[in-house]
Design a protein around this ligand. Sequence first.
Ligand code: ITT
Length: 201
Amino acid sequence: MKIVLATRNAKKVPELRAILADAGVSAEVLSLDAFPDAPEVPETEPSFVGNALLKARAIAAHTGLPAVADDSGLSVEELRGMPGVLSARWAGRFGADDQDRANLELVLDQLADTPPERRAGAFVCAAALVLPDGTEVVTEGEMRGRVIREPRGENGFGYDPVFVPEGESRTTAELSPQEKNAISHRGIAFRKLAAEIAAMV
Ligand code: ITT
């Protein structure tokens, strides 16, 4: 069996491969690099679940293979749940090299006057599997924590340098990839999805 990971985020591919392998899914996991003509799928839905399904449906239709996608983001209580589904482009559209830093700096600016006790938030993820026969499976995961004031750490991507998970003193950018996968929103959602895939094959 082959599975396509419907993501253009190169950092997500090894995360997802590792989680599927750990769950005993022995499928060949292809990335979108194997499908240069795959469509760009605009994330037009108001929910993580809706956008994950959009991406997985489009790539399953294009490739004729089972497709897995996720939509994820940072939800900050003080910002009424935002950036949320707008996380990837929160600061507007920047070049690929500057996008994450611009997004993160905007959130830090928005929370500049917010005291520590009101800086709670969570990384949230919806993961979707769509099969060519139309079968759809959706799972969700969350990692609660807080937004700190100064970026720390080099690992991960996006808002990792400013997010400290509950029970941790390090940011998710200071955790190893294995440590982050074990507790992350995407790790949780993908382990649930991997269990469903393992039960199907
Ligand atoms: P694909 O849609 O191609 O998968 P993407 O990076 O645009 O790639 P999302 O639409 O899921 O992915 O947007 C997620 C954004 O939310 C991402 O760009 C980060 O800014 C943030 N984000 C999601 N998961 C994160 C994580 O584990 N660590 C840090 N930031 C994360």
